[in-house]
Design a protein around this ligand. Structure first.
Ligand SMILES: *Cc1c(COP(=O)(O)O)cnc(C)c1O
Length: 400
């Protein structure tokens, strides 16, 4: 397919045709991109090497640097995210560490959403702080509050679109205006939404980050990450990932490209199922509180409606009236929701934030953000919603 034509397609078509340009440069004309399971590529002469090293994008040299499968997925994600370029790496954490290493240096200050993913906080506290990067964790509900924390050495703001596990919605456009006005960079981890439901690059973000491990691959069988955005910034990220060596196996890239083709259908099903379960859970006597942005009583409801007209994905958190014992009973009893502390696969799963992602916090710190012993996070899959409802009903009834 012609590159210019691909740009004019709808997302549902982009996910299917987005990765197909690279194959135009290959000799076999295979309909599906072959897996280039090779660590190195052959050159005929010095001129060809020169051509590659001078930046000819149709040549390849060494898979740690890049591989046709890498470029194929990078093109697809660039198209879908409406960025200028993308790089893919071996995990979501590799994407976050690569982006931050590319953008900051010793002495710089970064503002991080206090509800950031646990791995992100660990990376910043244990690694980047050792290299002289100054970090402040702040609430990002109100960008006027964020503004107060900007210092002369502040370089960037890092946040997720919707936070884990309480699904608080962040006003990316407001932050985008602030970072433009102050000459800062805005880096958005958009893993929970995917570009099918929200495109941060069209709302002021400079870089968009994904754990491809989650919805974009969607089948719980690959670990990978991506950075999409402005060409100059992505090029800096590319340099870092090549030097650090966090490249990904071509076979895994191929699997992600296959997963991507159904992303549009999956996100629709995840969003519809979650909304239905969230509304139902709200009415159950065993449940104290349900967190889902599309519920009218959610504090981020108005923002969510504006930002996510197509739905807001499959993450849904609730707190039981009971405590640890009841949460454990719930985990043991449910058949449809496997206790697997990851998320975003086609099959439903659940996690207990207090005992997994947020176990490093004290009980007081957890309660201050709204995570209790009875708090359970669901990753709602794309099964038949009645089967999920029935299972939740049987599980909840067994608690009381
Ligand atoms: C899982 C996740 C990550 C980390 O991704 P990995 O692929 O596990 O390294 C980062 N951010 C968010 C929001 C995630 O859910």
């Amino acid at each position: 397919m012609d590159k210019q034509h691909a740009k004019n397609l709808q997302d549902q078509s982009k996910v299917i045709h987005g990765g197909s340009h690279v194959e135009d440069h290959m000799v076999t004309r295979a309909k599906t991109m072959p897996i280039y399971q090779t660590s190195v590529f052959v050159y005929d002469n010095l001129d060809q090497v020169e051509d590659y090293l001078e930046g000819n994008p149709h040549n390849y040299m060494y898979t740690r640097l890049e591989n046709p499968n890498h470029r194929s997925l990078e093109q697809a994600l660039t198209l879908l995210g409406e960025g200028e370029d993308a790089v893919i790496v071996s995990s979501g954490m590799a994407a976050i560490s690569t982006a931050i290493m590319a953008l900051v240096e010793a002495g710089d200050h970064i503002l991080v959403n206090q509800e950031a993913y646990g791995g992100t906080i660990s990376l910043l506290n244990n690694e980047l702080s050792r290299f002289g990067v100054e970090i402040s964790y702040i609430a990002m509900k109100d960008h006027k509050e964020v503004k107060k924390h900007i210092k002369s050495n502040t370089k960037l703001i890092l946040t997720e679109t919707v936070t884990n596990p309480l699904l608080n919605v962040v006003d990316i456009e407001g932050l985008g205006q602030l970072t433009k006005e102050k000459g800062l960079l805005l880096v958005v981890d958009n893993t929970f939404l995917t570009p099918v439901l929200y495109k941060p690059l069209n709302h002021g973000a400079d870089l968009e980050i994904h754990s491809l491990t989650k919805y974009i691959n969607g089948h719980s069988d690959v670990t990978a990450g991506a950075i999409i955005g402005r060409k100059d910034l992505v090029n800096q990220c590319r340099r870092v990932y090549r030097n650090v060596g966090s490249s990904i196996n071509p076979m895994e890239v191929w699997l992600i490209l296959r997963g991507l083709k159904t992303l549009h259908l999956r996100m629709k099903a995840h969003s519809e199922n979650s909304l239905e379960l969230a509304k139902w859970l709200q009415k159950q006597p065993q449940i104290k509180r349900v967190h889902y942005p599309m519920l009218e009583d959610n504090q981020g409801y108005d923002l969510a409606k504006k930002m996510f007209p197509k739905g807001c994905g499959g993450m849904l958190t609730f707190t039981l009236h009971g405590g640890l014992k009841e949460a454990n009973e719930f985990i043991k009893k449910t058949d449809m929701f496997a206790f697997a502390p990851s998320l975003a696969g086609v099959a439903s799963s659940l996690s207990h934030p207090g005992k997994t992602s947020h176990r490093g916090l004290t009980e007081d710190q957890r309660q201050a953000i709204g995570i209790y012993d009875g708090t359970i996070r669901l990753s709602v899959g794309i099964e038949d919603v009645q089967d999920l409802l029935k299972d939740l009903e049987l599980t909840l009834v067994s608690l009381s």
